[in-house]
Design a binder for this molecule. Structure first.
Ligand code: SF4
Length: 443
């Protein structure tokens, strides 16, 4: 648990000498607790106190980077149990398990489809993160499959093998990609730990039991292996969620350094709907990396959408620039629809206007990222705000009509808006799904 200002004060010399730039040791302690100053500002702090303070300044859950170069991604460094306490920082990685028993053609085809799993949603690019290659066949087949991965995807790799010799050969040919190794267990941790250390690679530590996991991470730390990911194995959903929650709680609330690493969850479901739901549950609580087998675009999009929502900063709603956007080949007679600058609202309206195939303008009003009804309730999407936006965006200069379409949910502002803006207000549909039919009728 993080030290409070008073806890830190007890570790300081308490001479109030001011050499740190603060009037008192207590004032300095308070700033240390907020992490706004460095410990080194106090030249009189004892080595013991310094090591305690440095240890507590480390992230409770270590940041681990997987992959290399442009395709690498970070997991871990999480600081809260619940998103509303601050935010979740590094989105859980989503990866795919491929087995070496597939034919070359099947592996190539699967990788081709996985490479294509890229989506744009509310202005953000969503993509998958990793491919894990599992060994079921002999060492030579595993190495062939590793080469296929190297040749057919740039995604970060995870090597899953119980054959240490095969794993070492696989590492030698793929070391530039910095593959994640799976997995250190009670019977092999010294050997696989040595391999991870020699090639400076991250390593999954696996034990069914959390106490056993803690003992293993300490052993590996003692061997100089510190880039770890924790796995408690494949379990029923409720048991796995319990483990993931306990690991997060131990790291954050008990400052249990041996468990202060991101976690892995492997989903073993043949039904793609159940697989998507289970993966979603692990992303919500509290996996750092989730592995699935299905690669259907509908399934992966649902998982990535959920991840995007969970990892959005709740204090900073996704928003777009408030301005006048044109959709299609607009002209001076094109209709103008008004919405807010909340990304989800804007992109939902945009999708429906595009679907209508009728060129139109969308005026995105600055509501500080609030949706239509929330912004209206907060008086940020009212006649004054929309009139101001019409003026600052120069709407009158690009059109020659005076019609303005507002969302059906704020029909109550149409009288005021008409008076203040001088536009003729047309009340549009309540739901964006009604926009195509509405625009066609208007045309
Ligand atoms: S330099 Fe150290 S001892 Fe002096 S006031 Fe600051 S914290 Fe206290």
């Amino acid at each position: 648990m993080a030290l409070s200002g008073l806890d830190i004060y007890k570790l300081l010399p308490k001479t109030n000498c001011r050499q740190c730039g603060f009037a008192t040791c207590l004032a300095f302690a308070m700033q240390l607790a907020k992490k706004t100053v460095a410990i080194e500002k106090c030249p009189f702090i004892s080595p013991e106190a310094k090591s305690i303070l440095e240890a507590q300044a480390l992230p409770a859950i270590k940041l681990i980077t997987l992959g290399s170069q442009e395709s690498k991604f970070d997991i871990g460094n999480e600081t809260v149990m619940f998103r509303h306490e601050e935010k979740f920082r590094n989105p859980a990685g989503v990866g795919f398990i491929i087995e070496d028993g597939l034919s070359d053609t099947e592996i190539r085809e699967r990788l081709r489809k996985i490479n294509q799993l890229k989506f744009e949603r509310v202005g953000q690019q969503l993509s998958v993160n990793l491919v894990a290659l599992k060994q079921n066949k002999d060492a030579s087949r595993y190495l062939e499959a590793v080469k296929l991965l190297l040749d057919n995807t740039t995604l970060p790799m995870m090597l899953m093998s119980k054959d240490l010799a095969a794993l070492k050969q696989a590492v030698i040919i793929s070391q530039e990609r910095k593959p994640l190794l799976y997995s250190a267990q009670q019977e092999n941790f010294a050997q696989i730990g040595a391999l991870a250390k020699e090639f400076q690679l991250p390593l999954v530590v696996m034990a069914q039991d959390i106490d056993q996991l803690r003992r293993l991470t300490k052993e590996l730390n003692g061997l100089g292996v510190n880039e770890l990911i924790l796995d408690t194995g494949i379990k029923p959903l409720a048991d796995k969620i319990w483990d993931l929650t306990q690991l997060r709680r131990q790291a954050l609330k008990r400052s249990n350094r041996a468990l202060g690493y991101p976690t892995l969850a492997i989903v073993e479901q043949t039904d793609p709907y159940l697989e998507a739901m289970e993966a979603g549950a692990y992303i919500a609580k509290y996996a750092g990396l989730v592995l699935i087998k299905g690669w259907s675009s509908w399934e992966v999009l649902s998982i990535l959408t959920l991840r995007q929502n969970i990892y959005t900063d709740p204090q900073k709603p996704l928003q777009i620039d408030p301005k006048l956007y044109s959709v299609g080949q607009v002209n001076r007679d094109s209709p103008v629809l008004v919405t807010t600058n909340f990304s989800l609202s804007y992109y939902t309206v945009l999708g429906e206007v595009e679907a209508s195939k009728i060129p139109a303008y969308i005026l995105s009003v600055d509501t500080q990222g609030m949706s239509v009804l929330t912004a209206w309730a907060a008086e940020k999407f009212n006649a004054e705000a929309i009139t101001k936006s019409l003026e600052t965006c120069g709407v009158k200069e690009v059109i020659r009509h005076k019609d303005l379409i507002i969302p059906g949910y704020v029909a109550m502002i149409s009288g005021d808006l008409q008076d203040q803006s001088g536009f003729r207000i047309i009340v549009g549909p309540k739901e964006a799904a009604g926009i195509p039919a509405f625009l066609k009728k208007l045309n």
